[in-house]
Design a protein around this ligand. Structure first.
Ligand code: ATP
Length: 267
């Protein structure tokens, strides 16, 4: 299977401002994301996970190395076919659910009949029936996040990048949102890269979990879960689920301690 996205020796260094030293946040990282697979990235706090996602999304340039998406090198610009979902609720409070979801398509000048059909499908798929004309303030956090996911998926991205999209949700909602995300992944055949703090979420959702070291984050290991494509949240009760999650924690524990130590020493 071919790589949809490839990182070759990618690093990211934030230049120091006002006399502060530069900060080496990431890398060098080498990573290949095979088309149609579901990946998660876990790592200690501050190891560079969001930086990695920003570099792949083209929201920040790599300081060194190459990012190749669908065969094309990118240099800090958003590649065609890439959609990003962030943790913070990024719905537009002044627009209804329908208009939030339709936002990107309208900007692209898509005709209103097509928009109406696609938005109807998304509302059904994301379980937002009956809330078409509600405003974000009238929705729960989980529903608002579904609106944001639907808005991104409307543009039919081939590569979906998610930065802690369920971070603010309770455990049950996260599991159910995970199921929805798996359904969407299967229906769209997209390649998914999910950044998460939650090892159980990474284990449940992914084909492969990439484990990062303490900052500057490099790839320590990749754990293959071996789940079938038609998995759902019921796998959390399987013995292999506990074994995989424990394996991830064993890999991460020492790195997390290193990250804490750095924090304590630098105040
Ligand atoms: N815009 C920026 N300018 C300078 N330093 C930054 C910037 N963004 C992030 N950093 C630093 O880069 C390092 C990596 O940050 P990043 O947010 O990528 O880590 P993370 O793994 O996503 O963290 P967390 O898990 O806590 O969300 C941190 O030390 C952070 O302080």
């Amino acid at each position: 299977m071919s790589a949809y996205c490839e990182l070759r020796n990618v690093t990211r260094v934030y230049p120091g401002n006002a006399g502060q030293p530069a900060l080496h946040a990431l890398g060098p990282i080498n990573l290949e994301l095979e088309a149609g697979k579901f990946y998660s990235v876990v790592g200690p706090s501050g190891c560079g996970k969001s930086t990695l996602l920003e570099v792949i999304a083209g929201l920040a340039p790599a300081s060194d190395g190459e990012v190749i998406i669908n065969g094309r090198p990118i240099h800090g610009e958003v590649a065609d076919g890439v959609g990003v979902v962030f943790q913070d609720d990024a719905s537009f409070p002044w627009l209804t659910v329908r208009d939030n979801i339709a936002f990107g398509l309208r900007r692209q000048g898509v005709d209103e009949t097509t928009i109406a059909r696609k938005v109807d499908d998304a509302i059904r798929l994301m379980g937002l029936n009956g809330f078409d004309n509600a405003y974000p303030a009238q929705l729960s956090g989980g529903m608002r996040q579904r609106v944001c996911i639907a808005r991104t998926l409307m543009l039919e991205p081939q590569l979906i990048l998610l930065d802690e999209p369920f971070g603010a949700l309770d455990q049950q909602t996260r599991l159910l949102m995970g199921d929805e995300l798996l359904n969407l992944w299967r229906e769209t055949n997209a390649t998914v890269l999910l950044i998460t703090h939650a090892l159980d979420e990474a284990t449940m959702l992914s084909d492969k979990v990439c484990v990062m070291s303490a900052r500057p984050g490099i790839l320590l290991d990749t754990v293959e879960t071996g789940w079938p494509r038609d998995r759902d949240s019921r796998i959390v009760s399987k013995p292999e689920f506990g074994e995989l999650t424990s394996r991830l924690w064993a890999l991460l524990r020492e790195e997390s301690l290193k990250a804490m130590d750095i924090k304590q020493r630098t105040g």
